[in-house]
Design a protein around this ligand. Structure first.
Ligand code: ZN
Length: 428
């Protein structure tokens, strides 16, 4: 990509734009879109399409002609480039589903206008209190309009804040056709919360050069790095025998697995003892009987090469365990889950650079953060769409204490407009 200055940056302005973010966001969160991890269908719950249908309708009403909802629950839409613009096509992506960990049925959003720092006691359960003590980030948001749920449900700012931001961006762009820009691709996914957000994406239809998910928290945070992730399954095989006549014959697989578990360090190499850039192995499920016992792990690190070293170490510990039980055997298998998006973003540094420059143009000091987990963007990056994560203001997610600042969402719209602005200086 050649940097070619074609455009005077100062021509862009967000002034005179009537944002409808608060109203839009509150309408979206009232629609139940909880994902269902126990369902095999795509999307996992059909009610996610209730919101997606509304999004398509609203995009069509704005004049976005090709907005469509496909059978798998994805919303695709494009806003054409102005003139003969050769700027890259940028995708903005958010997920419509909410986490199954907390109820998303009958969400009643409450707008606390010009909030002054007082404890927010939620009316439907006064045990649920959102305060600056529990949520120090709120100290920076005094005077903002804060939206919460009512005490019985999550709010769904994760990720309807992202959805509302992208919809407001679309409205802004459609209302301002005089603003020069490249093609914009919009993508709303289902089932991000259960790890199936990108399973059936049509990358051809998306047709974008790179993208940004809108699914981050604090204003100013920019996430360009995620864990690399594997699953690892260790199966221990014992030897069964009649318990009355088992002497010298029986090997109990459960006991082998239990002994193996005691070999895992408790003061390191686990989620409860690691932070920052430290990786871990984490047993998430264990089951078994006399003959067979199985332990499932998730394996995480920011450096992909370390995953194999961790898996080898698990194998060494399993070997040590069976050595204690004559006749026991084990198998170890690894399932790749996702990879650190930075491996791709480092190859296309303009993607992060555009975002950083857009933050600065929006008056923000970009803080580059890593995600101790994965996003839709982790997988999208490896599917050909480099895709860091922008802030939305969603906070206290997956809980009844979830909240979002309207001004944070408005700031995120401004950042997206500025990304389009910055990208105009480049050609694909
Ligand atoms: Zn999310």
């Amino acid at each position: 990509m050649n940097p070619i200055l074609k455009f005077n940056l100062s021509e862009f302005t967000m002034e005179n734009f009537q944002s409808s973010l608060a109203e839009r966001f509150m309408r979206y969160v009232a629609i139940d879109t909880t994902a269902d991890p126990n369902s095999e269908t795509q999307p996992s719950s059909m009610k996610q399409k209730d919101l997606s249908k509304i999004l398509v309708q609203e995009l069509l009403e704005m004049g976005v002609k090709d907005a469509e909802l496909d059978e798998h629950g994805y919303v695709y839409a494009t806003i054409p480039a102005t003139g003969n613009n050769t700027a890259p096509c940028i995708c903005f992506c958010a997920h419509v589903d909410t986490a199954p960990d907390c109820s998303g049925t009958n969400v009643k959003p409450i707008l606390h206008q010009n909030w002054q720092g007082n404890d927010i006691v939620l009316p439907d359960d006064n045990q649920v209190v959102i305060s600056t003590k529990n949520h120090p980030y709120l100290l920076q948001r005094i005077g903002d309009d804060i939206i919460t749920a009512s005490g019985l449900t999550l709010l769904g700012a994760d990720d309807k804040a992202g959805v509302a931001i992208i919809m407001d961006l679309a409205k802004y762009l459609m209302a301002n056709p005089q603003i020069e820009r490249g093609k914009v691709s919009i993508l709303f996914t289902p089932d991000e919360e259960i790890g199936r957000g990108v399973a059936k994406i049509d990358m051809q239809k998306l047709g974008a050069n790179f993208g940004y998910t809108l699914d981050g928290g604090d204003r100013g945070h920019l996430e360009g790095e995620s864990f690399s992730a594997d699953g690892c399954t260790i199966v221990f095989n014992g030897i069964s025998a009649h318990p009355g006549y088992a002497k010298g014959k029986m090997v109990n697989a459960q006991k082998v697995a239990a002994y193996f578990m005691t070999l895992l360090p408790s003061d390191a190499w686990c989620p409860e003892q690691t932070e920052g850039y430290e990786g871990f192995v984490h047993p998430v499920h264990m089951e078994g009987g006399l003959e067979v016992a199985k332990v499932q792990f998730i394996v995480r690190d920011f450096e992909t090469a370390k995953l194999a070293a961790y898996e080898a170490k698990l194998g060494t510990l399993a070997q040590e365990a069976i050595a204690k039980f004559c006749g026991a055997t084990f198998t170890l298998s690894v399932q790749e889950q996702y990879r650190n998006m930075r491996e791709i973003l480092d190859l296309q540094p303009h993607v992060m650079a555009f975002a950083k420059e857009a933050y600065v143009l929006s008056g923000l000091n970009p803080e580059i953060k890593n995600i101790r987990g994965g996003t839709d963007g982790s997988r999208l990056s490896f599917m050909g769409l480099p895709c860091p994560n922008l802030f939305t203001g969603e906070m206290g997610i997956h809980s009844k204490q979830e909240y979002v600042s309207v001004q944070d969402m408005e700031k995120a719209v401004e950042v997206c407009v500025n990304i389009l602005k910055v990208s105009l200086n480049y050609e694909v």
